[in-house]
Design a protein around this ligand. Structure first.
Ligand SMILES: Nc1ncnc2c1ncn2[C@@H]1O[C@H](COP(=O)(O)OP(=O)(O)OP(=O)(O)O)[C@@H](O)[C@H]1O
Ligand SMILES: O=P(O)(O)OC[C@H]1O[C@H](OP(=O)(O)OP(=O)(O)O)[C@H](O)[C@@H]1O
Ligand SMILES: [Mg+2]
Length: 282
């Protein structure tokens, strides 16, 4: 049985459960459940703190897990990213009181507050920037400068609302762009069953990222139309009862749906229909 660690709380917990549900796995009904066997799918879920998940995976206690890329790097454990999952996106950034800093080199000799000391110290060491110290905080990092325990902070930024409310501003390049990732132990053979899990999760990602587009187009315009909707490999072109026309079906990126429909309409395609994909194996 593949042992899968899933966030029990926090920003990643609900979207991770949702994705696993869409991939056909059982998910817990009660947030106090800590272990959930799913024998039909030959897996067992362990609900753990997202910060601990890479540590368990690195130690081999569980086979794979879902956590944030930032948490994975911060843990410095023997786990590696296997598949990015497209949710839980955030940016990890420097911030300081408005007007004081503009570049990471200014962090030299300053006190840094963060919940991600592993990530921050590696980043600074790679750039030969030596801070006065790193203050590890559990949360509410934005308050650290006002309370005088640090000069700058390094923290997760999603909308930027928390920073703004604390009178801070971002400076320097982003330290990291993060999202939820599937992790496995590094240097090991892939655990049995990981291929099935990854294929199922990729299926969900595809279903979220693409739509199916159907349309009719005069035969003389098929090549032009297919150039607009090349699909993933090759679009399906089928004959219509009216021999002058063909029907085309192709996958299209969800974000491009309207632009593609307009372009097809402009060249003379009609009856353009878009449908959602519920599941996929490519
Ligand atoms: N708005 C956000 N705040 C915090 N973490 C976020 C946010 N959006 C995405 N994330 C990601 O979620 C992970 C952190 O989850 P974690 O559960 O440890 O913290 P949290 O969601 O702030 O929960 P809590 O602080 O209540 O324990 C990181 O990978 C982080 O990049
Ligand atoms: O850019 P924003 O959309 O404002 O989101 C980012 C903030 O959200 C998280 O804090 P959380 O609410 O989890 O509190 P915490 O600091 O106690 O973890 C994170 O640590 C930032 O502080
Ligand atoms: Mg938090």
């Amino acid at each position: 049985m593949l042992r899968i660690a899933v966030p029990n709380k926090g920003s990643l917990s609900e979207p991770a459960a949702e994705m696993l549900r869409e991939a056909g796995y059982r998910q817990r009904r009660d947030s106090r459940e800590l272990v959930l066997p799913d024998p039909d799918n030959d897996v067992e879920f362990f609900f753990l703190r997202p910060r601990d998940i890479a540590v368990y995976v690195g130690a081999g206690t569980v086979d794979v897990g879902i956590t944030g890329r930032d948490l994975l790097l911060d843990s410095q454990s023997a786990a590696v990213e296997h598949l990015p999952l497209g949710f839980g996106g955030s940016t990890f950034r420097w911030a300081a009181p408005v007007g004081l800093m503009s570049d990471v080199s200014h962090v030299a000799g300053k006190r840094v507050a963060t919940s991600y000391p592993g990530l921050v110290s590696t980043y600074l060491a790679e750039r030969d920037v030596v801070p006065a110290g790193i203050v590890r905080l559990d949360g509410a990092v934005e308050t650290a400068t006002r309370l005088g325990v640090a000069d700058v902070i390094a923290d997760v930024v999603e909308t930027g609302t928390t920073l703004k409310a604390a009178g801070l501003e971002i400076f320097g390049e982003p330290i990291l762009r993060s999202e939820a990732v599937l992790v496995r132990r590094s240097g090991e053979e892939e655990p049995v069953g990981l291929d099935v899990l990854a294929r199922r999760l990729k299926g969900v990602l595809t279903a979220r990222e693409y739509v199916l587009m159907d349309y009719d187009v005069p035969l003389s315009l098929v090549e032009q139309a297919v150039a607009i909707t090349p699909g993933l490999e090759s679009p399906t072109v089928s004959p219509l009862h009216n021999r002058e026309w063909a029907a085309v079906r192709a996958m299209v990126r969800r974000s491009e749906t309207n632009r593609v429909m307009d372009a097809l309409y402009d060249i003379g395609a009609r009856a353009i229909l878009v449908t959602t994909i519920h599941a996929s194996r490519l």
